[in-house]
Design a protein around this ligand. Sequence first.
Ligand code: NAP
Length: 484
Amino acid sequence: MTESEVLNDVPKELFIAGAWRPASSGARLEVEDPATGQPLCEVADAGEADALAALAAAHDAQAAWGAHPPRERGEILRRAFELINERTDELAMLMSLEMGKSLVEARGEVAYANDFLRWFSEEAVRIRGSYSVSPNGKARLLTMRQPVGPCLLITPWNFPLAMGTRKIGPALAAGCTMVVKPAKQTPLSMLALGQILSQAGLPAGVLNIVTTSHAGAVTDPLFDDPRLRKLSFTGSTEVGRLLARRAMDRVLRVSMELGGNAALLVFEDADLELAIDQTMMAKLRNMGEACTSANRLYVAAPVAEEFARRLAARMEQLRLGRGVDPDTDVGPLIDAIQRDKVHELVTDAVDRGATVLTGGGPLEGPGYFYRPTVLTHVADQSRVLTEEIFGPVAPIVSFDTEAEAIAKANDTEYGLMGYVFTSDLGRALRVAEALDTGMVGLNQGVPSNTAAPFGGVKQSGFGREGGAEGIEEYLSVKYVGIGV
Ligand code: NAP
């Protein structure tokens, strides 16, 4: 399909109570191509009344969806999985157009996103309770798991489909209804997903999608509405803190997938070729715009120089371009704000004495491109080490001892992901245990896996998505005491 056919095929309205409808104000929101800065299309720009209508629809659908046979809930998810498989190329192009990532990466995200629908189609029929005899023998204890109720799911722009299915999959499997609010930069993938789930047989009102240019004002009234029972948020720690506080006003169930500042540790006993290959992925996947992106590279002093030189050589081979161009390895950053922030961090590091081995600046011309960059001799207090970069910049710092590497890795308010490269099993386990993170990649640059629990500690949030744990976020345990 051509770009314009793919764009024409996507619904551009709000999805509420099973119908596509314009914002009640008639307002439109422009979606831009980050590779050119040019508009792609417009979608509905919801206001407060639309968000409340979406919550009303979710509330009205909750009782029936919660009582829907788990097998049928699973089969709807499975049908959506099959439909997405058939439409992978088209969805990848759509995602690439609105977000900028290369087609190869976009296809990878479609597959990853879709796997959550398959995984949770299987989990829908494995929601268990328990039955036991009370310790004094005089009662029986029954527990059951029930859907939490209508959810508000807020997703970021960096993985427009996967951050949605990682929430929508388990919520649907558990029997919850929902209002989904995608990021304003990338609403199209979510709208396409809504269309597919509807084609797969999802009843009206179970999933509602609200696209808007003013997220705060539109979602805030939902927090005062007793029909809302849960918030699941993926995004920055700053916004997450604000929303967690707001959710506590009504003691909502909350899951938070927030920012990261992952350290990647390369020990002198590591397989250097493997470490470089995997670092390329840990750093450059999604142009570095991933919460799990390797933000700080700590490399053992004896191999630090060679590692930096070889990593820079690999980065120099990458071709920058529009994601939808089949020759592109690295796409643009999402917008001018993000590109300028990345450059600010690089400039700060250079001002403090860092050496630029490759890259070091944005590309001239339209679009928000930043050249893949390797920095060495980076001073400890440089912002590039303390803040989430969200760009293709690899700051390298050398270390002398294992204890020093662990201390440096843990010296951050974040705790999402850590990477360890070593061929010493004892060291691998010691370091994996010592890292203060929710996840660790051991000799692996992209450990994310549908069947594993994804999530952080410290300021990276709480709750887990995927794995056997993912569905628990959408279930409440009820205990029934039975006298005998
Ligand atoms: P963001 O600015 O926090 O936005 C995330 C979502 O929240 C967007 O849909 C945004 O809407 C919405 N939002 C912003 N302010 C809001 C408010 N006051 N009330 C309600 N919703 C609000 O984050 P981002 O820049 O899109 O995404 C990047 C961040 O996400 C990074 O920090 C990254 O680490 C994190 N992330 C974490 C994970 C994880 O699993 N831990 C995964 C991916 C990304 P608008 O876009 O329409 O403003």
